[in-house]
Design a binder for this molecule. Structure first.
Ligand code: GAL
Length: 678
């Protein structure tokens, strides 16, 4: 990530997607006045404006955008100027029908919504770079432009295209990966199986719909290719913008949230000048505050520990779930300030003004259909004031001593078809482990499996690491050897980077560190559960997974008390080098998992940020000469918590303890004894 190209705005940014082209010009002046009233400092413009900016190929109409940028600048509001390439116009597809994407079943999709293009289409790439270049040339020196917003949510609707153009691009990607050596590919993919051997590169296709289960390595390389293909579109646009405007930072909005798994953001993040993320709540998630925290910690980790921007979330309901729930009183404020607590240096919404037409007319916004005579508007104004009061938090970081291993390759491989259990979901398994740490107020970073600097953590958790390469496994082993504590979840270390089973017993790559040997997997059926016994809470149970394990150096901390594996270890602890490695070979109930993780972290010497009552989230951001302690009441009972300093949202001094209002938030600046240096 570039150090020169930073977003240079004072304080925490505040705003949203602004689509004035969807409204008559009379409305724009009102927008400006209301943005000022709400404390908005930056808006994203032009995200879906391609058809208006380029009415026909190579013919541009910048008249509207000129006025919008002028208006924003006159009102002291910065522009995050988008390249509109997520929504190619109809004229483009009429001229280039081959750029339409084809799905796995061979169906060509039609234009008429957005993000319906083939990522490998040369015509699309040329057109996207054309409009990006024209915008860059026109606005590179415009004083309103603070950042480039490249495209929108890459891969949201078109992460995969199975057309012939994509097939050719996939083959090129494979040739580069395997050094043009088809035997190397055949070996990596295990194509001796089911007569899949390839004699000619031209025989290789995307994993289109076929009669039986696909080849796992073919699938995995395909997912890697799809992520890289979109990344190359991003970097191509970014480079066009950079050439014209070398000092303006570029971002694109990630989607680190439930269920979106198309892109390997560890590969993407270093290409961005500013990392930004979109996060929406799932109406059916009863603990969505945990999802916010998890995604915030992951995005901050992707950003290399530096602050990031929340580019989109919603003030109220969205419009794309089966039933779209509104937020409860105070929830919008808690959500936004939780993102700040987890490292966001700016908060933005989709979108500024609620649409009256189009597919998102029932999506909430900062300025709702009801206008300013609305609860949401009051909350928006309040949040603007809150962010103003928290301006000094900008730039502060996180002091986590616990890391959770997160890997998109492991996720893709484990969730592919023909696994021992089709019920394993990577993000759910990680969240199971993250939740008790969050509840206990323990700060967490996320790391890639081959992170070079694990030694700065006391505890590393790998809740779900089905796939790990030798470098990743060696890094984790070295961490334990040097005195760290590692805890590994079931079905980890099972395969290498080519999805080949690691032979000789489970959990393959980690057998030696964990001091165990498994010889057979016993996944549980839906509804089936087992009882656990040992040094764990009475009545402990487990579901989803078990395996027949014997000890080869580890001690059993808990065993199965019933079922076919009665007496077999389910939780083990092993001293390895100067460290300790735990293996949790099953999926315990949440209370048991919380107790297990509490013991593990206590033995590792990891303490919570502060003892807080249930339902209060506590997060620390670390500044140069002060720490910022965020207390967020998700339970609605309020709390009195030991603290000293200044409560920034009210500006009041805090002596001995701070009051967290019911359903509210307190942020205490605690002075540190000595400045830490930048
Ligand atoms: C995002 C998208 C926005 C808007 C929003 C609605 O995925 O980037 O343009 O559609 O969802 O929730």
């Amino acid at each position: 990530m570039s150090t020169e190209r930073r977003l240079r705005l004072p304080g925490l940014a505040y705003g949203g997607d602004y689509n004035p082209e969807q409204w008559p010009e009379e409305v724009w002046a009102q927008d400006m006045a209301l943005m000022r009233a709400a404390g908005v400092t930056m808006v994203s413009v032009g995200i879906f404006s391609w058809a208006l900016l380029e009415p026909s190929q190579g013919v541009y109409d910048f008249s509207r955008m000129d006025k919008i940028l002028e208006l924003l600048h006159d009102h002291g509001i910065a522009a995050d100027l988008a390249t509109p390439t997520a929504a190619p116009p109809a004229w483009f597809f009429r001229a280039h029908p081959a750029a339409l994407p084809v799905d796995r079943d061979g169906r060509t999709l039609s234009y008429g919504s957005r993000q319906t293009f083939c990522p490998s289409s040369p015509a699309y790439r040329a057109a996207a770079l054309g409009i990006a270049g024209a915008l860059a040339e026109r606005y590179a020196d415009h004083p309103a432009v603070a950042m480039w917003h490249v495209h929108n949510e890459y891969g949201c609707h078109n992460a995969e295209c199975f057309c012939d153009t994509s097939a050719a691009a996939f083959r090129n990607w494979l040739r580069a990966k395997y050094g043009n050596d088809l035997d190397a590919l055949n070996d990596a993919w295990g194509t001796a199986f089911w007569s899949q051997w390839y004699y000619d590169w031209a025989e290789i296709l995307p994993p289109r719909a076929t009669g039986a289960d696909p080849n796992p390595t073919h699938q995995l390389d395909w997912r890697r290719f799809c992520s890289d293909e979109l990344l190359s579109l991003f970097t191509a646009e970014r480079d066009v913008l950079r050439r014209a405007a070398p000092a303006i930072p570029a971002t694109t909005n990630f989607m680190v949230m439930h269920n979106f798994d198309a892109l390997d953001y560890w590969r993407w993040a270093p290409e961005l000048d500013v990392v930004s993320n979109d996060h929406y709540l799932r109406s059916t998630d009863p603990e969505s505050q945990i999802d916010i925290a998890l995604s915030g910690d992951l995005v901050r980790s992707l950003a290399g520990g530096r602050p990031w921007l929340l580019m989109e979330h919603s003030t109220g309901a969205v419009n794309w779930q089966p039933v779209n729930r509104a937020k409860t009183p105070g929830e919008m404020r808690r959500n936004a300030l939780a993102h700040v607590a987890h490292g966001a240096d700016g908060i933005a919404y989709f979108q500024w003004r609620a649409a009256k037409a189009g597919a998102e007319q029932w999506h909430s916004a900062m300025l709702p259909h009801a206008g300013t005579d609305s609860q949401i508007w009051q909350d928006v104004v309040q949040l603007g004031a809150d962010l103003g009061a928290l301006a000094e938090v900008r730039g502060s970081t996180s002091p986590a001593r616990v890391a959770i291993v997160w890997d998109w390759n492991a996720r893709w491989a484990m969730e592919a078809p023909s696994q021992p259990s089709g019920a394993l979901r990577f993000q759910d398994l990680v969240r199971d482990w993250y939740a008790p740490l969050w509840k206990a107020g323990v700060a967490v970073d996320f790391v890639r499996p081959d992170a070079p600097d694990l030694d700065r953590y006391q505890l590393v958790l790998a809740p779900s690491l089905y796939l790990v390469d030798d470098a990743g496994a060696a890094g984790l082993a070295a961490f334990v050897e040097h005195g760290g504590t590692l805890a590994v979840g079931f079905h980890s270390g099972a395969v290498d980077e080519n999805c080949h089973v690691r032979l000789g017993g489970y959990p393959g790559a980690f057998r030696e560190i964990l001091g165990v040997h498994g010889d057979e997997l016993f996944p549980l059926l839906p509804g089936q559960s087992l009882t656990l016994a040992g040094q764990i809470p009475p009545g402990a149970s487990a579901d989803l997974w078990s395996e027949r394990l014997r000890l080869t150096g580890a001690q059993a901390v808990a065993t199965y008390a019933d079922g076919p594996l009665a007496g077999v270890p389910a939780l083990t602890r092993h001293t390895y080098g100067s460290g300790t490695a735990w293996y949790l070979a099953t999926h315990p109930d949440p209370a048991t998992l919380a107790a297990v993780l509490q013991r593990i972290r206590q033995e590792a010497g990891v303490r919570p940020e502060r003892e807080v009552p249930d339902g209060i989230e506590v997060v620390r951001r670390r500044g140069t000469d002060a720490d910022y302690l965020f207390f967020i009441d998700h339970a609605g009972h309020g709390a009195e918590i030991p603290a000293d300093g200044i409560e920034l949202l009210t500006g009041k001094p805090v002596t001995g303890s701070v009051t967290v209002p019911e359903g509210g938030v307190a942020v205490v600046r605690e002075q540190v004894a000595e400045a830490r240096g930048a």
